[in-house]
Design a protein around this ligand. Structure first.
Ligand code: SAM
Length: 340
């Protein structure tokens, strides 16, 4: 039941060669969404910008840099757990699985999983799903390094990519969602997202999710306020993107990065703070934005979890828990679940 042809109505297909193809929604749909969403979220009383808009080329590059700043423990910690999984995950798999990744980004961590997929399979299929074009660059690099890999990239939102996958074919999928990106969802949206993952999966499919754990507030706040100021640049870059793509006139000197840990709601909250009373025009969103000095634009939540909350949440959605792996300091978790 290969429905790729049917999908072509919503997606444009780019075949690079026999090992690499991409699917991308038609451009008009993407541009319209960006202008409309900014109009609605910056035009409302509690102003916000959705974190998915961080990831233009510059934003994706800055995120790569964040991953190696000393204060940002999640990347190196998750990598240390993935190293354990190189021997501990294969017993849950057989040779028929394809690897699907939500928010694949630079696919650096993916390599730790591709290592054992490609060494045990004759041909490994990898489906990265990411809203950013960085996916094309990372795919080329992977193909150079893994000779028995074929890649089908879906350049779309998580939800769009899951819809794509749902009707694609009958092959077994291991879906991975790393970097605690799930923490960006509000609890309600997170629940709906997990239901979407669940409904996309076929019986026997597996889902591996990396989630950051509740820990000391100073460790958390330093991770999002690194001394090199890369996270600040990453946060502010979304305003440059709006300037470039939606003809806006944000003056970045009039904003600062602000990130704090909200203990009650177990989340880092990231904002752009207006440093003056100011007014900004976003032409393509048909918006004139008025901001007061110290007013905050919300840009990201990064929720932190207790293990029991992770297990309860996955259980409520209907998943069956297979295993949870932790690092030595219990800072980060990777949980494997199945749909039976
Ligand atoms: C925080 S980075 C994590 C990258 C990588 N998985 C890691 O763990 O280091 C989030 C990635 O997800 C992508 N992304 C963010 N929001 C998205 C959305 N709503 N739909 C699809 N991709 C999204 C971004 O482009 C980015 O590559």
């Amino acid at each position: 039941m290969n429905n790729a042809l049917q999908e072509n109505k919503k997606y444009k297909k780019f075949v690079v060669d026999s090992r690499l193809q991409y699917f991308k929604p038609h451009a008009t749909k993407i541009e319209k969404t960006f202008a409309e969403e900014i109009s609605s979220t910056l035009g409302s009383n509690s102003k916000s910008i959705h974190p998915k808009f961080f990831y233009d080329n510059k934003g994706s590059e800055l995120f790569k840099q964040i991953c190696s700043v000393s204060e940002y423990y999640p990347t190196r910690t998750e990598i240390s757990i993935l190293q354990k999984l190189q021997t501990e995950l294969p017993p849950f798999l057989d040779e028929d699985f394809r690897l699907v990744e939500l928010g694949s980004g630079s696919s650096v961590k993916t390599r730790l999983i591709l290592d054992f997929f490609t060494s045990s399979q004759k041909n490994t299929e990898y489906f990265p799903i990411d809203i950013s074009e960085i996916l094309t660059e990372s795919s080329e690099e992977l193909l150079n390094d893994y000779k028995n890999l074929t890649i089908t990239g879906i350049i779309d939102t998580y939800e769009g990519g899951l819809e794509f996958l749902k009707t694609y074919d009958d092959k077994k999928n291991l879906i991975i969602f790393l970097g605690s990106s799930f923490g960006n969802f509000s609890p309600i949206d997170g629940y709906k997202f997990l239901e979407k993952v669940y409904s996309t999966m076929k019986p026997g499919d597996l889902f591996l999710i990396g989630l950051d754990l509740v820990k000391d507030k100073t460790i958390l706040e330093s991770a999002y306020n690194d001394s090199e100021g890369i996270t600040a640049k990453f946060n502010l870059n979304v305003l440059s993107r709006i300037n470039d793509e939606l003809d806006a006139d944000f003056d970045l000197k009039n904003f600062s990065h602000y990130a704090i840990y909200n203990e009650k709601d177990q989340r880092i909250e990231m904002y752009l703070k207006s440093l003056a009373d100011q007014s900004i025009v976003v032409s393509k969103s048909d918006l004139e934005l008025k901001l007061q000095k110290d007013e905050l634009i919300h840009t990201e939540y990064s929720h932190k979890y207790r293990l029991s909350q992770i297990h309860d949440l996955l259980d409520d959605v209907g998943f069956e828990l297979k295993h949870t792996w932790l690092d030595d300091k219990k800072h980060f978790s990777l949980t494997l679940v199945s749909k039976n």
